[in-house]
Design a protein around this ligand. Structure first.
Ligand SMILES: *Cc1c(COP(=O)(O)O)cnc(C)c1O
Length: 363
């Protein structure tokens, strides 16, 4: 008699719901923090050439030394620190969780935070503790220090800036958490390009600090490349869990080439930041909306009318604008929506659809 899936699959996996990616074809897609701009056509040509001549019959270079050198330079990874590559930074989170999942081990983060922290803790069989942020989405340092003392987490993940709230936590508060943590603290700088702060230069100061970045939000979400910077004493062990060929040859070649033109990515990030300022101003001027400060390429806002967020979300969708509805995902996010900063045209379409959606008669 063979067993059914619910007798084989772990109960905590049976209880999970899969990470949902809504269909977006034909829509103004402002739900996933993607860079809306394409690369210059000459660079696209070069990429086409690289792809055409790539030795795709061979396994990729497992060390990826050239790519790592380009990342070291463009991401300002300090001398003496190692780099580990991931198939997106999601994979790096998974490697860290797998490596630290001793029986009873806890992965800690704040709430609301990036949902993959919690999900991957579950994948790896770890306990998860999410310490609520304050109502203004700042770190509750006392609660965090108490939770650290109580749960002795093996790993703490802090996104800096935070997703889905968009704010940068107080650096002093993060430092106190790193100082108090008995295990690793991973500062996840997925939105680094849109913020003016980093913990990269603190790696030398804190032996338990690891720094994670990704090229996804910078404009290369489709090729899947994330990196972890930190001390060799940690990375040698994490490297054992990295599957040997996790970063494909095409990803390596494209990333190397695009990073030779890092200035283009930074210009695009600059354009996104300028659009963010315009969009924040226009959103703030609307009645019925409260917006929160952001250092990322997205804006979190609250619809002040009761039960308004879901109505506005649906109404935007009817107008072919897809953003993220966070209502119901955490008590602090009641009636909250998150919109990625797109091109000027996309943002204008979003704002026009939003104005219409906020008119009560329209819902
Ligand atoms: C988007 C995101 C990531 C994951 O990015 P990858 O595409 O897997 O590199 C990691 N952390 C945070 C906070 C994110 O928002």
């Amino acid at each position: 008699m063979s067993r059914s899936p619910d007798q084989v699959i772990r109960p905590e996996i049976l209880a999970l719901s899969a990470y949902h990616v809504p269909p977006a074809s034909g829509m103004v897609k402002l739900d996933a923090m993607e860079n809306p701009y394409s690369l210059p056509s000459e660079l696209c040509e070069e990429i086409a050439q690289l792809a055409a001549s790539a030795p795709i019959n061979r396994y990729p270079d497992p060390i990826a030394a050239t790519l790592k050198a380009a990342l070291r330079e463009t991401q300002a990874v300090p001398e003496g620190m190692d780099i580990m590559l991931g198939n997106g930074s999601d994979e790096i989170i998974q490697i860290i969780a797998l490596a630290s999942a001793r029986p009873g081990a806890v992965l800690m983060s704040v709430e609301p935070a990036f949902v993959m922290f919690r999900m991957i803790a579950t994948f790896a069989g770890m306990g998860y503790v999410g310490v609520p942020l304050k109502a203004d989405f700042s770190l509750d340092v006392d609660a965090m220090l108490a939770a650290i003392a109580r749960h002795q987490p093996a790993v703490i993940f802090i996104a800096y800036p935070n997703n889905p709230t968009g704010n940068l936590f107080d650096a002093e508060a993060v430092s106190r958490i790193i100082g108090a943590a008995p295990g690793i603290v991973v500062v996840d700088e997925a939105y680094h390009a849109f913020a003016d702060a980093t913990f990269m230069d603190k790696l030398a100061q804190y032996p338990n600090l690891l720094l994670m970045r990704t090229l996804s939000k910078l404009g290369l979400a489709g090729i899947r490349l994330g990196l972890l910077a930190g001390r060799r004493e940690w990375l040698t062990h994490l490297e054992k869990l990295r599957l040997p060929y996790n970063v494909g040859i095409v990803t390596q070649l494209i990333a190397e080439r695009v990073l030779q033109h890092h200035d283009i990515l930074l210009q695009q990030a600059g354009a996104i930041k300028a659009e963010r300022t315009l969009m924040s101003g226009r959103l703030a001027a609307l009645n019925g909306i409260e917006i929160f400060p952001t250092s990322a390429n997205f804006i979190l806002f609250r619809v002040t009318q009761r039960n308004g967020a879901s109505q506005v979300f649906q109404s935007l969708k009817k107008r072919d604008v897809l953003i993220k509805n966070l209502d119901g995902s955490h008590p602090l996010l009641e009636n909250c929506l998150r919109v990625t900063v797109g091109t000027a045209g996309e943002n204008a379409q979003f704002l026009e659809a939003l104005r219409a959606s906020l008119k009560k008669s329209d819902n």
